[in-house]
Design a protein around this ligand. Sequence first.
Ligand code: HEM
Length: 487
Amino acid sequence: WLWVRNLTFKRRLPGPFAWPVVGNAMQLGQMPHITFSKLAKKYGNVYQIRLGCSDIVVLNGDAAIRQALIQHGTEFAGRPDFVSFRMISGGRSMTFSNYSKQWKMHRRVAQSTLRAFSSANSKTKKAFEQHVAGEAMDLVQIFLRLSVDGRYFNPSHELTVAAANVICALCFGKRYGHDDPEFRTLLGRVNKFGETVGAGSLVDVMPWLQCFPNPVRSVYRNFKNLNEEFFAYVKDKVVQHRDTYDPRVTRDISDAIIGVIEHGKDSTLTLSKDYVEGTVTDLIGAGQDTVSTALHWMLLLLVKYPSIQSKLQEHIDKAVGRDRLPSMEDKKALAYLDAFIYETMRYTSFVPVTIPHSTTSDVTIEGVHIPKDTVVFINQWSVNRDPEKWRDPHVFDPSRFLDENGDLDKDLTNDVMIFSTGKRRCIGEQIAKVEIFLVSAILLHQCSFESHASQDLSLDCSYGLTLKPLHFTITAKLRGKLLGVVS
Ligand code: HEM
């Protein structure tokens, strides 16, 4: 019966011819999201490809993606049962586990604790913002130090450490600083995480490749090792929290999750205590690579388009003045900075395809029938670069998000798709937006950035769960006097 069903499935779904054994793997190229968009022109927004032994449906374009993830939210809320996914967060990941009652509970715990420590009330909001501002000022000082005597430096690693510090402080009540060698090495390795779990990665769809000595096999082994190392690091901190736990004082997110899972009164919550480590590992992993990649792209675009950088600084100086640092309260008056951030997200689409989904039951999208347990790739890039939606989509132009009064066009910003949508929508969207806004406002207020005239500032990037700019260097100059964060 299964054989007959598979045959029917193959006949019904449009898509390119798939070669035996490898399927369409050799056609993906270096940038699978661009290939997916090209294939959509030929086969429509919903089509099937084959990678190794997996049939995969690719969804493209705003209408098909929203129809799937919102109108059919439950049917598309699954995650595939990939071997690599089981290696993440000690096998207790919420992000990489399939849709189930347990997953719903897990997501609820992660989401509510994250909110409690970043935006639940004006006090936590302020504390979070101050923390981010402190991290931004640390970055300013490090950038200025690295620029002494007009030197140029690669900002990538410092941005990773800054973003990791923010989420570590939320989770452990402690930041690790830019000079901790253990922390820096660990982050350098975790940076490679997205290469394996990004849509189109072959390790899960061609498991037989592991039987031969080849690059895929070593990617797999490295992935396993980095996950074990990262999990051990987090677990050690959670165990210290468990040993010193006091129900009267919630020091940070680790304490809050220990409280809910191990000491909570909700009898419907049936997660075992090893889910605490799993949740914290998920949050640190998700919260670090994405935010630092966003900031990395922004620095590249600021030096590539110096007139946009000057315009942003003019707006910031006018709204904030030169005697204090920008804060979240200035956001309303800084629509052009917001527009720059949305344009960076749209133009780079640095999470081009979401984490792979899978269908939880049979479902039909735009007339195409997709069976239960099909792996689904969601091509966010196709939404952000759709020529029918965006005027000159390949041009970087922040002003497209401003209306005739210079205010942010909220309808248009909602059309940018980078945090996904529906039941698997990113739970860190709000804190990510605060971090990106405040760090960029403070960096621009305090420094001017330049690249060397001889440097070719290409927008080429490496592909994975996030698209990362290739190596480039910048120098920073202090604008006026160095300010401090007022508590
Ligand atoms: C999931 C984007 C920052 C926590 C995701 C997904 C995307 C995404 C595309 C996958 C959704 C899907 O599979 O459909 C981003 C971007 C960020 C960002 C662009 C920054 C600019 C953060 C931060 C945190 C976070 C700061 C937490 C501290 C999560 C979690 C999930 C997730 C836990 C898994 C949700 C689930 O599977 O139910 N994010 N994210 N993210 N994100 Fe983010």
